[in-house]
Design a protein around this ligand. Structure first.
Ligand code: FMN
Ligand code: SF4
Ligand code: SF4
Length: 266
């Protein structure tokens, strides 16, 4: 059995997880956002993968909490292969060392770590890059993913580069920056284009959005800042701070919102 856990706001990490899974006949995909947060995650599959985006040079808090819930079965790790693949727009910072360190605290050994560059989804900094540039990144990512798949199949070990004390410093800064994201949803604003479709609430991985009777969202300050609500809104009804609403939105072009969202209630 090969379990692949993923967290993804705008589809980059999910897309790679899905493509990666095709290399293994017994791989199953599991959404971290849809797991029961009170339950342990038992590391009892022969191979376990974790796909996630880098936030602020570190690990999104939902992924950090997930890592802390991973436990070994009674007999220990016993040769089980655990790997992590992070996606970023080019600056992975200390994300992979954080994964290794959080798990090492409980004697869990991450055997292989990979970073794959994807287009940025961080809307407050910039809009979607031109399609041609995105496609170049996708082509490179495809090659990197193929190499990672071969390495995981062969159970090759690889660890992220660490330069002491720089990695310790980056880890510290990343942790501080990620802690500020919960309240960053104060920047979201709703314009009059909202049609009450409820997608933003269903796609939010943090259950941070409630809807009023008209189906209009409010944000509750336990945000991951994953950008899913803003980037996937089909009516372009969500704006951020003083950013020109004409700024181009981004989500992975081959992923649909339905693949990431919770199913609509009957
Ligand atoms: C809150 C936030 C912080 C980010 N921080 C970084 C970063 O430190 N370095 C980087 O290269 N990319 C950063 N990014 C970009 C994402 O890591 C990248 O676009 C990722 O592939 C998005 O994955 P997803 O589509 O699966 O959510 C950040 C994105 C967000 C939303
Ligand atoms: S996804 Fe957009 S249009 Fe749909 S309810 Fe949310 S804000 Fe309104
Ligand atoms: S409120 Fe929006 S940005 Fe924050 S976690 Fe939910 S979907 Fe992501």
């Amino acid at each position: 059995m090969h379990r692949i856990y993923y967290f993804s706001g705008t589809g980059n990490s999910y897309f790679l997880a899905k493509e990666f899974a095709k290399n293994f006949k017994d791989a199953v995909l599991i959404s971290i956002a849809h797991l029961d947060r009170g339950e342990d995650v038992i590391l009892d599959a022969d191979i376990t993968g974790i796909f996630f985006p880098v936030y602020c040079g570190g690990v999104p808090s939902i992924v950090h909490k997930f890592l802390k819930r991973i436990v070994l079965p009674e007999e220990g790790q016993n040769g089980r292969f655990l790997y992590a693949i992070c996606t970023s727009s080019g600056v992975p910072g200390a994300a992979l060392p954080v994964v290794e360190d959080v798990l090492a605290e409980r004697s869990i050994d991450v055997k292989a770590c990979f970073h794959i560059r994807m287009p940025s989804n961080y809307y407050p900094l910039a809009g979607a890059m031109p399609e041609k540039q995105q496609n170049q990144i996708f082509q490179r990512a495809k090659r990197a993913l193929r190499i990672a798949a071969v390495m995981v199949k062969k159970r090759k070990k690889t660890h992220p580069l660490r330069i002491f004390p720089i990695d310790t410093f980056v880890k510290f800064i990343a942790g501080r920056a990620i802690a500020t994201l919960a309240g960053s949803d104060k920047g979201f604003k709703l314009n009059d284009k909202c049609n009450g479709c409820e997608l933003c609430a269903r796609i939010c991985p943090a259950s941070n959005i409630s809807l009023d009777e008209a189906g209009h969202p409010s944000w509750h300050h336990h945000c991951e800042q994953c950008m899913a609500c803003l980037q996937w809104c089909p009516a372009d009804a969500i704006e951020y701070g003083k950013i020109n609403p004409a700024r181009k939105k981004y989500h992975h072009p081959l992923v649909t919102a339905q693949e990431l969202a919770k199913p609509a209630e009957e």
